[in-house]
Design a protein around this ligand. Sequence first.
Ligand code: SF4
Ligand code: SF4
Length: 355
Amino acid sequence: MHPLTLLIKPAAGLCNLNCRYCFYRPVSADRENLIMTYETVDLLIRKLAAFRPTSLTVMFQGGEPTLAGLEFYRYFVAAFRNNLRVPVSFAMQTNGLLLDDAFAAFFRENRFLLGVSLDGTGETNDRNRVDSDGNGTHDRVMQAVALLRRHRVEFNILSVVDNDSVKALGETFRFFKENGLSYIQFIPCLGTDDHAALTVENYALFLKNTFDLWYSYYIREDYVSVRHIDNYMGIFLGSPPENCAMCGVCGSYFTVEANGDLYPCDFYCDDAHRIGSLSDENPFVINEKHRAFIEESKVIHSHCQGCRYHDICRGGCKADRIDGFAENRYCAAYKEFFAYAAPRMSAIARRIKDA
Ligand code: SF4
Ligand code: SF4
């Protein structure tokens, strides 16, 4: 028995927005078939009860998970609490547009941690984050932020960075700070098959600029939590990163699709990487295919062997390594960033340790 992390997609890739950089494109308009059924929820709970994890982290993600409806989440949480005596943390990533008082009260009552997608100022956000009519969403997301505050729901901000918004990071950071949004997870668009994917030069710019902005507040004793920098600082302080992409090895978590199919990672929800289904006898025991996926990420490429930054970088996320195990396509950006920021991170870590 051990802790278990599930990333559940109750509405599959279905979404009420039409963000220009999105890599999910639902192929079917048949909404009914894309929402997780109560039978699938019951099956999931039965399999969890049999597996008996010591604790559970459940992250709902999409597409847009609120499209499953509040009743779905009420059913899920009630079924969970009636059948499992396991410490649980619930989280959800949402664009915020469907949130209302009832949703917010439910999140508060069940201590959900929300990640709300907002790319920055109105101009930056609405360049990409548009609805199906092409209208910007910034004002509606800010209303959702106000709603969550009124209900005292814990949340952080998820901010996607592409080749355009990378040049406006200073403005973005200031906007967040001015609006009291001090818990930020930047999500750089990475990859090869999308025009929004950051170039190596822009990824280096992203890493250096976010660090400089974080640092400028840090030295004024005005701490801003920026997830990837918190993880790097943790490494300098001797703690394991909580972000699997920075661990040097894929996490052993399960992505659960709306139809009950299981995948090793949200970046790998395709037929070739399907590792099983909730209808399997022991779906949460790591099987051979899942183990092979994880083992592949442990291979240290010859470029990384002997690299002076390997202890911090660990080769990066498997999804950014060419063919999953060869060199990381953003290696040059990492090297530039570590040369630039590692001395300051190391000095801060030394001061914290000595304090
Ligand atoms: S591919 Fe990247 S994000 Fe997915 S499990 Fe591996 S390290 Fe984590
Ligand atoms: S900086 Fe490049 S060579 Fe060094 S560990 Fe990272 S990916 Fe490997």
